[in-house]
Design a protein around this ligand. Sequence first.
Ligand SMILES: [Zn+2]
Ligand SMILES: [Zn+2]
Length: 339
Amino acid sequence: MKAILFKGRNQLELGELPKPSPGAGEVVLKVHDCGICGSDLHAVQFGLGLKPDCVLGHEFCGEIAEVGREVRGFQTGERVAVLPFTSCGECDHCRQGQGYHCARMKSVGLGPLPGAYAEYVACAQTSLFKLPADMNSRRGALVEPMSVGLHGVNRSRIKPATPCVVMGAGPVGLATLLWCKAKGADPVVVSEIAPGRREMAQRLGAAAVVNPREYNPAAKVRELCGRLPEIVFECIGVKSTLSEAVGLVDKCGQVVVIGVCMEPDQIMPLQCIFKEVGIQFALAYSRADFEESIAAISSGRINADPLITDIIALDQVPAAFQALSKPTTQAKVMIEFPH
Ligand SMILES: [Zn+2]
Ligand SMILES: [Zn+2]
């Protein structure tokens, strides 16, 4: 089968691999769509422990092509979205649907297990979520990135009419914006320095979008509703954005950190104490988040389609990574396979 192989830092190549066959409790999917994620870009740029010839791709959806031994309840031809990791299924974290905290967790498409930048991928049956017939495969591949935003929002204390700021309008920030709105937060102000992304946030229904270098997003919230933001979602993940979030949030408010900052960063504990701010970090998504995303996307409660700005074929992936390494107006780039 065709696959995109990681060859070394900043090196991806179209190559051939043997088609996987399903182990016990596994199915093999024919991949329909797979999104390119910011963490894929990071992984390729920095290596991050990736072995040569490994296959990335963890935001995917496909059709069951082959069913292994001991698989119950799944048949060939069914379309599924996939939780991109395996876990033991027995520990407390797994029982609570939070397999991403399992000590035996292995991620799919970010190192240990091969991902979906390939025509076929093997998946554990415990990681499969059936898609409703009226939900197309592009939407199926949005379940993972939408669940990242949803998990952060579900970790927050959001209620209808909660004034919020979303910092950053990349795919994670945009997903967070959509969920804040779906859960009735009002107003939701987005802060973003890149003009193309500001436009996208506006189109997706932000009450206002500001360039934080020109306008304070918390002041914008107060202009709109008379209060400061009760929740600030940090969806950028670079040095200093966490302390900026603390600066923006109202007293006794909450900062939810979804952006992944890879280096040491400073906050002022005194400022946090004076505000009695709650800082909540969010990682990945639970099974319940995945189910909620599928239900919301298929019912139309969430329209995530505008997140997809580009659809490319597998052989265009190396060039797409080059393009995405520079500032861009692209949000979600989707690899689509003939199906
Ligand atoms: Zn991702
Ligand atoms: Zn476990």
